[in-house]
Structure formats: C-alpha cells, structure tokens
Design a protein around this ligand. Structure first.
Ligand SMILES: NC(=O)c1ccc[n+]([C@@H]2O[C@H](COP(=O)([O-])OP(=O)(O)OC[C@H]3O[C@@H](n4cnc5c(N)ncnc54)[C@H](OP(=O)(O)O)[C@@H]3O)[C@@H](O)[C@H]2O)c1
Length: 344
C-alpha cells in the first residue's frame, strides 16, 4: 500500500512524504478497508509536529478520518456487521493511506446516495454538533442559536442540525465567502465576527425579531472558537453556551458573575469520550443524524472550492486547512490517484 508514514516529527505538513509499505494482512478482529477518501483535521497538523495529546510511538501513519470499502472482514468473526465491498466511513489512526485496519466499533455504513468524499468528513463533526445541540443544549423549535465559525467543520454541521430542529440560526464567520457558505447551508443571518462590535449585531437582530426575554439575545451559543466571554453579552435568560473548542488558540477565562446574573449555563462537550463514558448515547446520536440525512435535512460539507486528489496532495490539503483558507471539511480523494491505483 501507499501511505504517509511519520518516522520523525516535522515542522509542517509540506515536509510529509508518501511511501510504499506492506499492505496490512486481514486481521482476526479488524476489518481491512480500502480507503477512497480521507478527512483532514487540525489535530493532524499538531500530531505530525509531535504536539497533540495523542502521539502513537513512531513510526505511525497520519490521518484519522476515512471513507472506503471493506476489503476483508475480521477472520475470527462468525457474524461480521459488514461484508466485503460494503461502503463504510470511520475514524482510526492511519487514514492517509490506501488501506487501514479498523475495529467494527469505529465504522458506520455510508448513507445512501452519499459520496466517499462527503462521508469521509462525517465521523467527527456531525455527532459533535448533534450531541451538543440536541443532547446537551436541548435545542427545540423556536430557539435562536448563535453558531460561531459557522463555515468550519463542526460549524456547518451545527447550522444544519439547529435548522433541522426548527431553530433560527445566526452564523458568524471571518470572510465573505465563509458567510456565503453558512447561508447556503441554512443560516438565517450572518455576521462578521472580526468586527469586535458583533455582539451588538446579535442583540439588534434579537431585539428586532424576538419577543419577551428573547429580545436580549440567543438561547444557545455553539462555540468552537473560544468566544464564550463576548457571547455572554448577547444571550437570553436561561441560555446554554456550548464549549466545543478553542480554534483561536486561547483558552478563555470567564467572569462567573455574568453566568449568575443572566441565569445561563456553560456546557462542555467532549464527543470523543462518549464512547468511553456514555456509550448508549453514541447510538442515539447517530440514529438522530441518519434520520436527518434520510429526511434530506443534513448533507455533506466537503470543501469544494479546490480539490485534493491523491495522497501526494495531503500536505497541500493540511497546509490549506491550517491557513484558515477553507470551509467545511477538507477531504483528500485517495482513489483517483493513478500512482495509488497502480500499487493496489
Ligand atoms: N468538543 C469536541 O468534542 C470537539 C469535536 C470536534 C472538534 N472540536 C474542536 O472544535 C474546533 C473546530 O473544529 P473544526 O473541525 O470545525 O475546525 P475547522 O474546520 O478548522 O474550523 C475552525 C474554524 O475556526 C475559525 N477560527 C477562528 N480563529 C481561528 C484561528 N486562529 N485559526 C484557525 N481557525 C480559526 C475559522 O473560521 P473563521 O475563519 O470564519 O474565523 C475556522 O473555520 C477545534 O478546536 C476542534 O478541536 C471539538
């Protein structure tokens, strides 16, 4: 197989190289997947530089999210869930490769009609946003939801889920193109949050279009950036502020008097740990997502303004992601790479 193997940490993605490695043999307890598309994540950039919380012992293959077809089922399983040829998506270390071994628990069937490209970006973003909005914040019809970095991976998922549940969405993003994309995915209003006065814009919208306590601001804030402190200026009584991430690179400190005065809740979300601490919710969340997909209320968010074909384009894709130039999920299409095909 071909793969991006990290044998020593690198300063940046452009130093990554593709190499030829032995294709893994079918395993007793794992599926062998032929990867068609791989999703990129900011933590991949941290991991190749040795700066991520999860660093496997060197050497290892980069990438975590993929979509592909089953090439072999676990040799010791008498009733595997998937059969050879099934289209699956999942998350497992080693996605920047033509093949990967994966546990059944890390795989899901690709929804009908979905491309490998769209499915490769689904495993992390959709359940994070669904779990946050539906299970942690209890979003319901009539709520107003403020989604920060709404054109990012988790952001575009959040916009779609909030809309599907009947909420009104105010989306923030840093460029006109990203605000346009947020609108294409359903946002009702868009705001440029690089203008420091953005909380005033949110208050103006709520003042003009909402009634009662809602005139003060939104009911739910979805924050993958680190914007809780300024967001507290534009929330309604009983609001829930979801702490999703710190894309801006700074972990905020919040004045808790505002939390008390506005009778609001700060709600943390750590989706990856549900598989450990709350397994029953994992299935419920995925059922909710697949229902929205079947109803046509949730679609793939693969970045379409440029394309990344073949493993050789992983460095460029990671560079673009790290440079904040992209929207949605940046996906590398691995099958389609002529070199990869000739080695399969
Ligand atoms: N809690 C969980 O379980 C969970 C799960 C998945 C992801 N996350 C976290 O959520 C965050 C977003 O993930 P994602 O996959 O949506 O990432 P992404 O696709 O890279 O989007 C991040 C967005 O953040 C905005 N941003 C603001 N300041 C930034 C900066 N200094 N550098 C880069 N981007 C900046 C950018 O939008 P603008 O250019 O419009 O500002 C960008 O689109 C990450 O911190 C990630 O670790 C958490």
């Amino acid at each position: 197989m071909r793969a991006i193997q990290v044998s020593q940490y690198v300063k940046g993605p452009l130093e990554l190289k593709v190499s030829d490695l032995p294709t893994p043999s079918p395993a007793a307890d794992k599926y062998l997947i032929e990867i068609h598309s791989a999703g990129t994540n900011f933590f991949d950039i941290l991991q190749i530089a040795g700066k991520y919380q999860h660093q496997p012992p060197l050497p290892w293959i980069g990438g975590m999210e993929f979509a592909g077809t089953i090439a072999a089922v676990p040799t010791s399983s008498s009733s595997p869930r998937f059969k050879v040829g099934d289209r699956v998506f999942g998350a497992n270390q080693g996605a920047y490769a033509t093949h990967v071994l994966a546990d059944e628990s890390t795989l899901l069937p690709i929804p009908n009609g979905w491309s490998f490209e769209d499915a490769a970006g689904l495993f992390v973003t959709a359940p994070t946003s669904y779990g946050a909005l539906v299970h942690r914040a209890g979003v319901k019809a009539g709520d107003w939801v403020l989604v920060h970095a709404a054109a990012g991976g988790v952001g575009l998922a959040a916009v779609q889920i909030a809309k599907a549940k009947g909420a009104t969405v105010i989306a923030t993003a840093g460029t006109p193109r990203k605000r346009e994309v947020a609108k294409e995915f359903g946002a009702d209003y868009v705001i440029d949050y690089t203008d420091k006065a953005w909380p005033e814009e949110v208050k103006k919208l709520c003042g003009a279009h909402r009634k009662g306590n809602g005139k003060a601001g939104v009911d739910i804030v979805y924050d993958p950036v680190g914007m809780i402190e300024p967001s507290l200026k534009c929330v309604a009584w009983n609001a829930r502020l979801l702490v999703i991430g710190f894309a801006a690179g700074k972990i905020e400190k919040v004045a808790l008097n505002r939390v008390l005065l506005k009778n609001v809740s700060l709600v943390g979300v750590h989706w990856g740990q549900y598989a450990r601490f709350e397994t029953e919710t994992v299935g419920t969340v995925w059922k909710g997502i697949f229902d929205l997909v079947a109803q046509g209320k949730f679609r793939g968010t693969a970045f379409k303004d440029a394309s990344f074909a073949g493993l050789e384009s992983v460095p460029k894709a990671l560079q673009a992601l790290g440079g904040r130039e992209t929207w949605g999920k940046v996906v590398v299409n691995i099958v389609g790479d002529e070199k990869a095909k000739s080695k399969l």
